[in-house]
Design a protein around this ligand. Structure first.
Ligand SMILES: NC(=O)c1ccc[n+]([C@@H]2O[C@H](COP(=O)([O-])OP(=O)(O)OC[C@H]3O[C@@H](n4cnc5c(N)ncnc54)[C@H](OP(=O)(O)O)[C@@H]3O)[C@@H](O)[C@H]2O)c1
Length: 330
């Protein structure tokens, strides 16, 4: 019997950006024992999608060519693997796919049970698709400082850089939910938005104050979630409190030297990288979806494209100027 086909967007070599994406018809994948076949309703893009295409993790990622990009989806369970007991056909879900496989820009995709969570009706597919990588990274950043969200967190001063982006806009909201005092950086056009997400103080990153990261009210930062690329230690360090620490979401090769130096000199002020790995994240995703259901965590949508225009969505993520999340609807 001929395999059932689906529409998808893929690339077959490193590089080339949006222009290298091809619209194809490929066989619908089959779920293994602990996997689900999802009918994708919406997917979101992350900077990692174009960086992987550029070859930042070559030769390991993508695992193979051709590669269907994208790791964040919301959809409906179409079929379950033989070992799956927690999901059934028809369930609405949100899933983080394995970044070495991708697969999101397609009508169907296979997801692992451990990286898939139920989606309540209060969370739309568009909103849900935005969440996996970006909101989980924001949560990971805060948890790396011991933030618990149980009402016992100290009201520390936090700086979130690139607070208008996918990770940053979730980080601002989560930090506020934990009761922290939030200073944020973004471009002038997004200042009111970032304030509306809960930031107490906002700096325009293109001004002198924004470049120096100096808090308008003189706060020193106990915690920094640095989502901006290439932020020198010489700028960060003077703004930190005595034990202030920086978690780098987007570290550069040069930052590695600061990680090492602050570590070996037992400096109280430290800088360290964070990396979201696809271990068992469903529970964290459920926590975040619960907040979205209660309207405590909002997904800001930058733009929505149909699958037929997925290359435009890809071009938008390459530009690096999204406000919130870029969505592709199937
Ligand atoms: N470690 C991990 O596991 C992990 C996970 C997810 C993402 N990341 C990385 O984290 C970084 C952020 O990801 P993202 O999804 O949030 O990116 P994004 O959505 O593409 O971020 C774009 C936003 O950042 C703002 N921005 C850029 N440079 C800025 C700066 N210097 N100061 C203030 N705002 C700035 C832009 O504002 P304007 O348009 O006004 O310039 C835009 O609104 C990326 O490098 C990504 O690869 C890492």
């Amino acid at each position: 019997m001929a395999a059932k086909l689906m529409r998808a967007v893929q690339y077959d070599r490193y590089g080339g950006g949006a222009a290298a994406l091809q619209h194809v018809e490929v066989p619908v994948p089959s779920p293994k024992k602990d996997e689900l076949l999802l009918k994708v309703e919406a997917a979101s893009l992350n900077p990692a999608d174009w960086k992987i295409q550029e070859g930042i993790m070559r030769p390991l990622v993508p695992w193979k060519f051709p590669c269907i990009p994208g790791t964040c989806v919301a959809g409906e369970v179409a079929e379950v693997g033989s070992g799956v007991t927690t999901f059934k056909a028809g369930d609405k879900v949100i899933a983080m796919l394995k970044f070495w496989n991708g697969g999101a820009l397609a009508q169907f995709v296979v997801s692992g049970v451990k990286l898939t969570a139920h989606r309540p009706p209060e969370v739309s597919a568009t909103e849900g698709a935005g969440m996996p990588i970006a909101s989980l990274t924001a949560l990971l950043g805060l948890r790396s400082f011991g933030v618990k969200f149980d009402g016992t967190d100290n009201p520390a001063n936090i700086l979130v850089t690139a607070a208008s982006g996918g990770v940053g806009h979730y980080a601002v909201q989560l930090a506020k939910l934990a009761g922290l005092h939030v200073t944020a950086t973004c471009g002038a056009r997004n200042i009111e938005l970032v304030k509306s997400l809960g930031a107490d103080e906002v700096l325009d990153y293109r001004t002198q104050e924004g470049k120096s990261l100096t808090s308008p009210s003189g706060h020193k930062y106990d915690i920094v979630i640095n989502c901006a690329h290439g932020m020198p230690w010489s700028v960060l360090e003077p703004n930190l409190s005595d034990n202030g620490k920086v978690a780098d979401v987007s570290p550069t090769a040069g930052d590695a030297l600061t990680f090492a130096v602050t570590k070996v000199t037992f400096s109280k002020k430290q800088r360290f990288p964070i990396m979201l790995f696809p271990s068992e994240k469903a529970r964290d995703l459920e926590f975040l979806i619960g907040l979205a259901k209660e309207k405590k965590l909002k997904t800001v949508i930058d733009s929505i494209f149909p699958l037929a225009k997925a290359e435009d969505a890809f071009a938008r993520i390459v530009e690096g100027h999204a406000t919130g999340k870029i969505i592709v609807e199937m």
